[in-house]
Design a protein around this ligand. Structure first.
Ligand code: C5P
Length: 392
């Protein structure tokens, strides 16, 4: 049995914290709850006390609490501190090291790992101030989950929904049992999906990449205990459990996000990055005008620049999608890009967007031909190989 200290922030998603407590209790963990002043307007201490079968803490100024259980003790007797929902305000106060109430005092005083599951309006989540706060918290070692995307209580749509309680429970489980898994303590960067390169404000160039293989790899690395940053092009896929996702659209945005994710121990560049972008037009090209002449400019090569950067990850893996002389091209690509391994596949069939993949793994010692496998199985096998390589 592990002990979780759950700090409930004051947002409408606070009602989901009740479900989270229930799930954690069902999994055999002890849960003790701290409510912010705001949270107590959304859920009552009574509800959480009944579900957690423990008393609920709300105030720094309750002398009896300080006598029976001081805030320092409260912050340290748990194995993990979880903030759910982590509102924009709570994240800002955490990032600023404030300690004006019981929740923030506990967070500042704790010597235990901290997980935050954000929930807020989409504009608040995307606001530069929140971006900055999340980045500093991550730098400080707090694991900040990516919120879900979808319809929000405020009527708007976008990223900002609290991750579903089972996903938070999985992330908690992963943090409670970090050792024993071969990639514990490692950071992996994965790029996935296509990029969209605008032609004008309405149109774009794209490719058929579904992002499935990259997402599966991100999930498989997380399942082995790695902290995973997944930089995803425009795809309609759910974020795998335990993965921090950054959504981008263009190759240049992907390059910036990949660089921002450094340092990493492992980089797996699965994205089908557009090699060229179009010299952009400010206005939509009208039908009837003479057919536009698309001038193409080369995009940055993300794989090559990460492989050649001073903060090069220990293991850099690229993908090669070819329609002919697959292995021969992959062997040359490994050297040209400075990658350790190239995962090569023949995309002349239905690989792009399909469910299965037959790959050749090109390393410095040779070429392995893998049988045709579902993309999830390719991912699991590759993650095992990565763990073995880093374990040597
Ligand atoms: O050169 P090519 O596009 O065939 O190389 C494919 C590999 O390089 C993939 O791993 C892909 O993610 C990566 N790549 C990249 N940035 C680019 C082009 C490709 O990271 N601009």
């Amino acid at each position: 049995m592990k002990r979780v200290l759950l700090i409930v922030g004051g947002g409408i998603a606070a009602y989901k914290s009740c479900e989270l407590v229930r799930l954690l209790r069902k999994r055999g963990h002890a849960v003790r709850c701290v409510l912010t002043e705001g949270a107590s307007h959304f859920v009552t201490p009574m509800t959480l006390a009944a579900l957690s079968e423990d008393r609920v803490y709300t105030s720094l100024w309750d002398l009896k609490d300080e006598h029976e259980m001081g805030h320092i003790q409260l912050s340290r007797e748990a194995d993990l501190v979880v903030v759910a929902p982590a509102t924009a305000d709570l994240l800002a106060r955490m990032a600023g090291g404030q300690a004006g109430d019981l929740a923030t005092t506990v967070l500042l005083a704790t010597d235990k790992p901290v997980l935050a599951a954000p929930a807020m309006n989409v504009r608040m989540w995307l606001h530069p101030a929140t971006r900055r706060n999340v980045e500093s918290l991550r730098t400080d070692g707090v694991r900040v989950m990516e919120p879900d995307e979808g319809a929000m209580a405020c009527g708007e749509w976008g990223p900002g929904r609290l991750p579903e309680p089972p996903a938070i429970a999985d992330a908690i489980e992963a943090m409670l049992n970090p050792t024993g898994r071969p990639l514990a303590g490692r950071h992996a960067l994965v790029t996935a999906g296509p990029t969209h390169e605008p032609i004008d404000p309405v149109r774009y160039l794209a490719n058929r990449s579904s992002g499935r293989q990259g997402f599966a790899i991100a999930g498989a690395l997380a399942a082995l205990g790695a902290r995973v940053t997944l930089v995803a092009g425009p795809v309609a896929l759910a974020t795998p459990a335990g993965v921090d996702r950054v959504d981008v659209e263009t190759a240049r945005e992907m390059a910036v996000a990949a660089q921002a994710a450094m340092p990493a121990d492992i980089a797996v560049m699965v994205a089908a990055v557009a090699d060229w972008r179009v010299e952009e037009r400010a206005q939509k090209t009208k039908k009837g005008e003479t057919a536009p002449d698309l001038r193409l400019i080369e995009n940055p090569d993300i794989l090559a620049s990460i492989a050649q950067s001073p903060t090069r990850p220990r293991l850099v893996i690229g993908f090669a999608a070819e329609t002919e002389r697959v292995v021969e091209h992959a062997v040359a690509k490994r050297v040209r890009k400075g990658a350790d391994w190239i995962v090569a596949n023949d995309v002349s069939g239905d690989v792009m967007g399909g469910e299965a993949n037959a790959i050749h793994l090109v390393t410095d010692t040779g070429v392995e031909d893998w049988p045709r496998l579902p993309k999830q199985a390719v991912a699991a096998r590759l993650a095992d190989r990565i763990a073995a390589a880093l374990g040597d």
